[in-house]
Design a protein around this ligand. Structure first.
Ligand SMILES: [Zn+2]
Ligand SMILES: [Zn+2]
Length: 281
């Protein structure tokens, strides 16, 4: 175990941060969001139960921070039953190898993300020319080569069930990444939206830093299929979620979420899709 895992050659620390970094928000009693620099991880499970799942794995070199946050919530020496990846972008798998080595837990992702998680294929290059802010301009610096998790990565079950989370279903939301998934719980309509839409303008360095709340389309610099991205937002809007946690930004709920999603669906081509960039056609 572990010996066959490695990050890409371009793996490195990314010095970006936000006012939320290092803090957690209990969105619901069994849903906890924790921010690592500019990205959220999610812990699903009641803190007193010891049975929980981690969603996503933060930024590079953040394993210590993540382990500490998990132990602060669930107790010393606990470990999640599994790690579920919403997708394999660098800011969602940054500490994954250290976490697998430390906890020895299985990791699950969608079949279409497998090439990027088994060292076979790089994601398409991020687009620094895309209409957007400084983050897009800096995007060529982001790690893009695939991580290799060897035999520690498993595909999500085809029946849309989520390992260890019987109340949740996974929903394929391609566009931002080919095998991106969101997780949805019918009984309280709680949604983990991944980067299908986010609640901060992830392309603006200033807005990322201040985390000004604003429901928006997926981060532009890494999104390569805007038609699919739009359909995926429509899919999630139809679920009429009561609360959404996203890969970036504060959780959003109630009317803010409903009207924000409706606006995004109606105006997707003007507010979310960039006016220019190499993946816009
Ligand atoms: Zn992403
Ligand atoms: Zn992301």
């Amino acid at each position: 175990m572990g010996k066959d895992m490695y990050y890409g050659d371009d793996y490195k620390y990314i010095p970006a941060t936000s006012v939320l970094s290092g803090s957690g928000i209990e969105v619901l009693p069994d849903l906890y969001q924790y921010t690592v620099q500019i990205v959220n991880i999610h812990m699903v499970g009641h803190p007193e139960s010891n049975e929980f799942v981690l969603i996503d794995a933060g930024m590079s070199h953040s394993a210590k921070m993540i382990i500490q946050a998990v132990e602060d919530r669930f107790g010393e020496k606990v470990r999640p039953q599994a790690i579920i990846l919403t997708h394999g972008h660098f800011d969602h798998v940054g500490a994954l190898i250290e976490l697998i080595e430390y906890w020895n837990v299985p990791v699950y992702a969608h079949q279409l993300e497998m090439p990027y998680l088994t060292g076979k294929e790089s994601y398409p290059e991020p687009d620094p020319t895309v209409e957007g802010g400084l983050v897009a301009k800096a995007s060529p610096l982001f790690p893009n080569e695939p991580i290799n998790l060897g035999n520690n990565i498993h595909t999500l079950p085809e029946d849309h069930s989520v390992p260890h989370l019987p109340e949740f279903k996974w929903i394929h939301t391609p566009g931002h990444a080919p095998g991106q998934v969101a997780l949805f719980r019918e009984k309280d309509r709680a949604l983990i939206a991944a980067d299908t839409f986010v609640t901060v303008k992830q392309d603006s360095l200033y807005k990322v830093l201040t985390q000004e709340q604003e429901l928006n389309g997926p981060p532009r610099y890494l999104t390569t299929d805007w038609k699919a991205a739009k359909r995926s937002v429509e899919t999630l809007a139809k679920l009429n979620p009561s609360v959404a946690r996203t890969g970036h930004g504060f959780p959003m709920r109630g009317n803010d979420l409903k009207t924000g999603l409706q606006h995004l669906v109606n105006q997707f081509d003007t507010v979310a899709k960039p006016d220019y960039g190499k993946y816009t056609h």
